[in-house]
Design a protein around this ligand. Structure first.
Ligand SMILES: [Zn+2]
Length: 139
């Protein structure tokens, strides 16, 4: 259920091949590897996706969303067998997690270029919009 461009970014992230500032610093392309989103730590894959306060807040909002309300899942869980419903719910949550990584990466890139950091709830809204759009395409 993943959006292909989201899968590609996660594939790069899993292999630690995103063009993060620590890699650019290693190759001598830049001289400053400070994270543009928090301006406090060196940007590497772990910091970008887990350690940065922006990413941590986005992940926390996402976890609250899927654990409490399950709006991403509910639309797929209607009228199917329990086993299929479970599979679809898992697939939707995983697709949403992949979208979350993609949108954090997108925010990071926009932050570098436009010097503006949206609120983490904006990332969550983008993830939800992606899930809704994906649902419309698949049904
Ligand atoms: Zn940061």
């Amino acid at each position: 259920m993943n959006v292909p461009k989201h899968s590609f970014i996660v594939w790069l992230a899993v292999q630690q091949r995103l063009v993060t500032k620590d890699r650019l610093l290693k190759f001598g392309i830049i001289t400053d590897a400070v994270c543009d989103m928090c301006l406090a730590h060196q940007e590497d894959h772990h910091h970008l996706l887990y350690g940065c306060p922006f990413s941590a807040q986005s992940l926390e909002l996402f976890e609250r969303l899927v654990n409490i309300n399950m709006p991403l899942v509910g639309v797929f869980g209607m009228g199917t067998s329990p086993a299929l419903s479970f599979f679809l719910e898992e697939a939707v949550v995983l697709a949403a997690m992949v979208a979350l990584v993609y949108h954090i990466w997108t925010v990071r890139n926009k932050c570098r270029i436009e010097l503006q950091l949206p609120r983490p709830c904006r990332v969550l809204a983008d993830v939800q919009a992606t899930a809704r759009l994906h649902r419309m395409i698949k049904t």
